[in-house]
Design a protein around this ligand. Structure first.
Ligand code: FE2
Length: 295
């Protein structure tokens, strides 16, 4: 197809303005702003690519497939947002970073689940998940270095085979819990050493990656979400140093400040007096929260 001529350009411009104007009466100014911008950019995208009718149908078929594969365990739209870099772009806009040492944010991903079980400090949250034992610990502090006691930390992680518990139909809750920091802002728990894993790529997002000759792998990580009164909620990961996929994360989530060494230890006695009959690992990951924005 050829690009529209002058008359076509004028018709498209008039159409765009007509659609933009159709949102002028929205009662929410923010809704009006967002939708009018969306329409302008969408129309500009269609014009720039001289989209064909067949291509537009294919786009609608893609989104239809994404909808059909999505349920309460599978979230294809978060995957789509992630692989297009839209999740990380939204984080960059909303957490531009400070000089105050606040822990950087990264993607939520599609595997967070509400209502995780509560764990005590030092508990093993693996729930029988396959993998080598791994002890994680650290402190939650504010930007002045003061401990944040009572902070709620949500933790979730894939097992050594690369699967989250929610991907194993009918399986137990595993590698997933929440706990609260102690009076010194400290936390600690046992889980399993994280492994790299592919994002689910048996659906439309997988086809998108294949068509782009992109891989589905994510480097090994543990998810953290930290919330405490008076602070912005922090959604982040700790990544394992030396992982071969750190430079090619399928969802662009790696930030160098979030990489830590997961040190390996021989069988023996570990933290808390735990007796380990296999190699095990530990990692320290301190977290710094940003104060709430002024209202
Ligand atoms: Fe993950």
């Amino acid at each position: 197809m050829t690009a529209p001529g002058h008359a076509g350009d004028q018709r498209l411009a008039a159409l765009t303005e007509q659609v933009v104007a159709s949102f002028a009466g929205a009662s929410s100014p923010r809704y009006r702003t967002v939708m009018q911008s969306l329409v302008r950019h969408l129309h500009a995208f269609l014009a720039e690519t001289s989209i064909t009718e067949r291509e537009w149908e294919q786009g609608i078929e893609f989104l239809t497939r994404a909808g059909h594969i999505t349920d309460d365990k599978r979230q294809e739209f978060i995957l789509l947002s992630d692989v297009l870099g839209a999740s990380m772009a939204t984080i960059a806009i909303n957490h531009p970073g400070t000089d105050l040492g606040v822990t950087e944010s990264t993607v939520l991903g599609p595997f967070f689940a509400d209502a995780s079980p509560r764990a005590g400090l030092g508990d093993d949250i693996s729930g029988g998940a396959v993998g080598q034992p791994c002890y994680a610990s650290g402190t939650v502090r504010d930007v002045a270095g003061r401990p944040v006691p009572g902070a709620r930390i949500e933790i979730w992680e894939a097992d050594a085979d690369g699967f989250y518990d929610v991907q194993r139909a009918g399986g137990p809750v595993a590698n997933r819990a929440h706990l609260f920091t102690d009076d010194q802002g400290g936390y600690r728990f046992w889980s399993v050493r994280p492994a790299p894993y592919p994002i689910p790529h048996d659906g439309p997002v997988g086809d998108l990656l294949t068509a782009a000759a992109r891989g589905p792998m994510r480097p090994a990580h543990i998810h953290f979400m930290v919330s405490a009164d008076g602070y912005q909620r922090l959604t982040t990961h700790v990544f394992a140093d030396g992982d071969p996929y750190l430079g090619q994360d399928a969802v662009f989530g790696v930030k160098p400040s979030l990489i830590r060494t997961f040190a390996r230890h021989p069988a023996g006695v570990g933290p808390g007096g735990r007796v380990l009959d296999t190699e095990w690992s530990d990692v320290e990951f301190d977290l710094v929260l940003s104060p709430n924005r002024p209202a």
